[in-house]
Design a protein around this ligand. Structure first.
Ligand SMILES: CC(C)(COP(=O)(O)OP(=O)(O)OC[C@H]1O[C@@H](n2cnc3c(N)ncnc32)[C@H](O)[C@@H]1O)[C@@H](O)C(=O)NCCC(=O)NCCS
Ligand SMILES: Nc1ncnc2c1ncn2[C@@H]1O[C@H](COP(=O)(O)OP(=O)(O)OP(=O)(O)O)[C@@H](O)[C@H]1O
Length: 229
């Protein structure tokens, strides 16, 4: 199985590229969705976060007030680290479960869309790593437009992440999404060609079909050995 890492900064275009992968039949595990699920009312993540941040962060229906928690953690690095520490085990487990489900289905190439791929040290599980880079001014403008946030709020969120230049230096493949959507689509075609190349032997053995082949070969070898002895 080939597990492609997809990362970048906030509002750099990960969801836009994820949608292109999905449109080409390549399944995507979205870490933001996993992170939302592990913070739903009554879950283990929810209990830990409420115990640490108090019931002040809850809405009347008991769900976490995400906007309020966001304001708290993006204004205070220590509180953000605390939230990351509390949720990290639940998020990693959630992502692993999604990968296992896709493995069982027989998917041979999948994409992990993880904003904090490097920060959470999940990059060691993915190859190749695709980083979506965008110039800082475009990133800020797109974030403010999409979320309707002020410049100050948007900058806080951007500064809570590893710099995009550092992420770019750790990439196997870089997509520059500063320009138009057409330019993004063009670059995407090259990425698609690259990641859909035939699996390496190791990737094949890590896929479901590879595991079945290994199991089948073992049975045949044992049967031949028994017959000949
Ligand atoms: C603080 C929370 C409640 C704010 O929720 P909100 O709905 O406003 O934002 P959302 O979850 O859609 O995240 C939007 C983007 O913010 C960035 N972001 C989210 N959490 C973090 C973080 N802890 N550090 C840096 N950037 C982050 C990511 O780029 C993400 O794509 C939420 O982001 C959260 O629970 N974060 C901690 C979990 C986490 O690490 N998520 C990232 C998945 S790897
Ligand atoms: N090339 C582009 N030209 C113009 N707008 C774009 C381009 N690429 C993405 N956008 C817009 O920029 C915004 C951010 O893109 P997107 O939501 O895909 O980023 P993201 O990296 O997934 O964000 P997050 O980290 O918050 O999940 C969206 O409103 C999207 O429509």
């Amino acid at each position: 199985m080939r597990i492609v890492g997809l990362t970048g900064g906030i509002a750099s275009g990960k969801s836009t590229v994820s949608n292109l992968f999905k449109a080409h039949g390549i399944p995507v595990v979205d870490a933001d969705i996993v992170a939302r699920n592990v913070l739903k009312k009554g879950t283990g993540g929810w209990k830990k976060v409420v115990a640490a941040f108090s019931e002040d962060i809850l809405l009347d229906n008991g769900e976490v007030d995400r906007a309020k928690l966001g304001q708290i953690v993006f204004a205070d690095p220590e509180k953000r680290q605390l939230l990351n520490r509390l949720l990290a085990p639940f998020i990693s487990r959630g992502i692993l479960m999604e990968v296992i489900k896709l493995w069982i289905k027989g998917c041979s190439i999948i994409v992990l869309d993880v904003p904090l791929l490097f920060e959470a040290k999940m990059d060691k599980w993915t190859k190749p790593i695709v980083v979506i880079w965008v110039d800082p001014e475009t990133q800020l403008q797109r974030l403010m437009t999409r979320d309707g946030s002020t410049e100050e709020e948007a900058k806080r969120r951007i500064n809570a992440q590893m710099s995009l230049d550092l992420k770019r230096s750790k990439a196997d493949i870089v997509i520059d999404n500063t320009s138009s959507l057409e330019a993004l689509h063009e670059q995407f075609q090259n990425v698609l060609t690259e990641i859909t190349k035939p699996l390496t032997w190791i990737e094949f053995m890590l896929s479901r079909n590879g595991a079945f082949l290994a199991l089948f070969s073992t049975f045949v070898s044992v049967a031949i050995f028994k017959k000949s002895s």
